[in-house]
Design a protein around this ligand. Structure first.
Ligand SMILES: O=C[C@H](O)COP(=O)(O)O
Length: 321
């Protein structure tokens, strides 16, 4: 079985001092125009499309974050992470090995079941933590939740920030909170969910991205999937620019994870186009790019089946996710 490009090969992002001088205003109409033109002028077809969709699977945090999650559901999701495509699609694509997803992402109490189900595969388990999705809990409890998830075997922790720190412009409080979370993660990689749908302006998204990276986040992530507006391309563009600017200023490399509301193969292609155009093709690997999605894999599998067989199977024939 192919091992996914291990995120652990990518060194953690070292924290730098809080620097609000790195912020700049973002013009929303300009960001919207640029995002729209990026995806409009790139059309990926045929074998290229199949390759990009396979890459989307390798970069996917296959997710279940529902109130009615059970260990049984998590085990079924893990089975899908291990075998995301039907055998005839894998054979038809000429692949020697079954691909696997980048990670499986679950709630903290489900980490143990996921770790057991993925034993021996090299697929990491990501856990949300810190009072996901709102984060409105005392900091010591949020840090304890990180430590619990790491203790259960999570190799990646998806934290949420206190939106009020952004909305009130309290950047030092935001920096301190994220730095404390980074420390609680230990050797686990940390993705900072900015919940961009709650942050009102793209300038706030840019500033929060900068603070998260300065405080040591290994990835910045758009959304929990629970906000009214989740991953959008203008927000993604703003965050990618922040990643680029942070690298130019510090030399440090941070990954990007759009998440929430992405359901189609077309979404998977559009987000990869954005990454390739804004950060370069080097970013199109699991160590630096994840797609957080609970219901995108089924359409990717459907499109790949069409590529192999020339026809679409009914979506009910494809398994969970
Ligand atoms: O972190 C991942 C997201 O929560 C998934 O959101 P989704 O259920 O809208 O795909």
């Amino acid at each position: 079985m192919t091992q996914p490009d291990p995120i652990l090969n990518h060194p953690t992002n070292p924290a730098t001092a809080l620097d609000t001088g790195a912020f700049h205003a973002v013009n929303r109409p300009a960001a919207e125009r640029r995002a729209a033109s990026l995806v409009a002028r790139r059309s990926i077809k045929g074998a290229h499309q199949a390759a990009w969709l396979l890459n989307a699977i390798a970069c996917m945090d296959l997710t279940t974050l529902a109130g009615d999650d059970t260990e049984d559901r998590v085990r079924r999701l893990c089975a899908k992470a291990r075998r995301p495509l039907a055998d005839h699609i894998v054979a038809g694509l000429g692949l020697v090995d079954m691909p696997t997803t980048g990670a499986v992402c679950v709630y903290p109490t489900m980490v143990g079941a996921a770790v057991r189900a993925l034993d021996g595969t090299g697929i990491p388990v990501a856990s949300v933590a810190t009072g996901f999705p709102a984060g409105l809990m005392p900091l010591d409890l949020r840090l304890a939740e990180i430590r619990y998830a790491v203790d259960q075997g999570a190799q990646e922790i998806d934290i949420v920030i206190t939106r009020a720190h952004v909305l009130g412009g309290d950047w030092a409080a935001l920096y301190d909170e994220i730095a404390a979370m980074r420390a609680a993660c230990g050797t686990a990689h940390m993705k900072a969910i900015l919940a961009t749908g709650d942050l009102v302006t793209l300038s706030n998204v840019y500033a929060a991205s900068m603070v998260a990276m300065q405080a040591g986040a290994d990835f910045i992530k758009t959304s929990t999937g629970k906000e009214g507006v989740n991953a959008t391309l203008p927000v993604g563009l703003t965050m990618c620019r922040a990643i680029r600017d942070h690298r130019a200023a510090t030399g440090n490399i941070v990954g990007f994870k759009p998440a929430g509301g992405m359901k189609t193969a077309k979404d998977a292609l559009n987000w990869q186009v954005l990454m390739a155009e804004e950060l370069g093709r080097d970013w199109l690997r699991p160590g630096l790019f994840r797609l957080g999605a609970s219901s995108m894999l089924a359409d990717i599998e459907r499109q790949l089946e069409h590529h192999v067989t020339g026809r679409y199977a009914a979506s009910h024939r494809h398994a969970l996710a």
